[in-house]
Design a protein around this ligand. Structure first.
Ligand code: GLP
Length: 240
C-alpha cells in the first residue's frame, strides 16, 4: 500500500488526476471504476481540463460504484446525474460506455447480476477510484459487509444517511438503500486509488491503512490488495 500525504484538497485532487491521466495515456481503452461524493469533484474538473487541452477519452469504459435505490437517472441527487454534470457531459466518453447501476429498475437483483456481467464483459476494471465514508465504507459497503460480496442491494447505515443528508432538503428524502459494487468486485480491480480529505475521515483512514483487517472496517480490506495508492491530505492523515 502506497500512502501519499499532501497538503490539502487541491493537492489531493491533482495527485489523483495525475495517476488517472497516466493510466489513460498508458491504456487509452482503460476500464475505469469511478466514485461520486465531494472527494472526487475536483479530480473530474481536472480531467475535463485535460480533455479540453486535447486528450481523447473516446476509448474509455467506466463503471460507477453505486447508485441510490429509488432515484431515477434524472433526479438531481442521483449518482448518474452527478456523473453527467461533473464529468461525462464535458468529455468525449461514449455515453453507451458509461455504466451506473439503475436505481429504479423493476428487478434490482437482476440489475446487480447484469452489472457484474458487464464488468466482466468489459475485461474487468483496470483502475478503481474510491472515496471513503466516515465509517470506512467503500462504495456503499457498510461495516459488516462480507469481503466476498459482489454487486448487491444494500441498506445504508444511519451514519451514512446523516452524512449524505447535506445533499437533500430533508433527512427523510435521503434514500435508505442503494445498489453497490461489492467488496469483492472492488478488490478485483487491477489497481485501486483511494482519496480522502479532512479530519472527519482520519479515523477511517487509520482503519484502512493501519487497523485490523475486518469487515467492520470495510476499507481495511484494501491492505490485502497488491496495488493500492491512498492519497490523503494532512487532516485525513492525522491519526497515521
Ligand atoms: C458516499 C459514496 C461513497 C463515497 C463516500 C464519501 O456515501 N457512496 O462512494 O466515497 O460517501 O463521500 P464524500 O466524498 O462526499 O465524503
Amino acid at each position: 500500500m502506497n500512502v501519499v500525504v499532501v497538503n490539502n484538497f487541491d493537492r489531493m485532487s491533482e495527485e489523483v488526476a495525475k495517476i488517472m491521466i497516466k493510466q489513460i495515456i498508458q491504456k487509452p481503452k482503460s476500464v475505469l471504476g469511478l466514485a461520486t461524493g465531494s472527494s472526487p469533484l475536483r479530480v473530474y474538473k481536472l480531467l475535463v481540463e485535460y480533455h479540453n487541452r486535447g486528450a481523447d477519452f473516446s476509448g474509455l469504459t467506466t463503471f460507477n460504484l453505486d447508485e441510490y435505490v429509488g432515484l431515477s437517472k434524472e433526479h438531481p441527487q442521483s449518482y448518474r446525474q452527478y456523473m453527467n454534470e461533473n464529468f461525462f457531459s464535458h468529455v468525449n466518453i461514449k455515453p453507451e460506455n458509461t455504466f451506473v447501476p439503475s436505481g429504479v429498475t423493476e428487478d434490482p437483483e437482476e440489475e446487480c447480476r447484469l452489472y457484474e456481467q458487464s464488468i466482466k464483459q468489459a475485461g474487468g476494471i483496470d483502475m478503481q477510484i474510491l472515496g471513503i465514508g466516515s465509517n470506512a465504507h467503500i462504495g456503499f459497503n457498510e461495516p459488516g459487509t462480507p469481503f466476498d460480496s459482489i454487486t448487491q442491494v444494500v441498506d445504508l447505515s444511519e451514519s451514512t444517511i446523516k452524512d449524505n443528508a447535506r445533499f437533500f432538503d430533508t433527512i427523510e428524502e435521503v434514500p435508505t438503500k442503494a445498489i453497490s459494487m461489492g467488496i469483492k468486485t472492488i478488490m478485483q480491480a487491477k489497481e485501486i486509488v483511494l482519496m480522502a480529505n479532512g479530519g472527519s475521515k482520519a479515523k477511517a483512514i487509520y482503519g484502512a491503512v493501519m487497523g485490523r483487517i475486518t469487515p467492520e472496517v470495510p476499507a481495511s480490506v484494501l491492505q490485502l490488495h497488491p496495488s493500492v495508492t491512498i492519497v490523503v491530505d494532512q487532516a485525513a492523515a492525522s491519526k497515521l
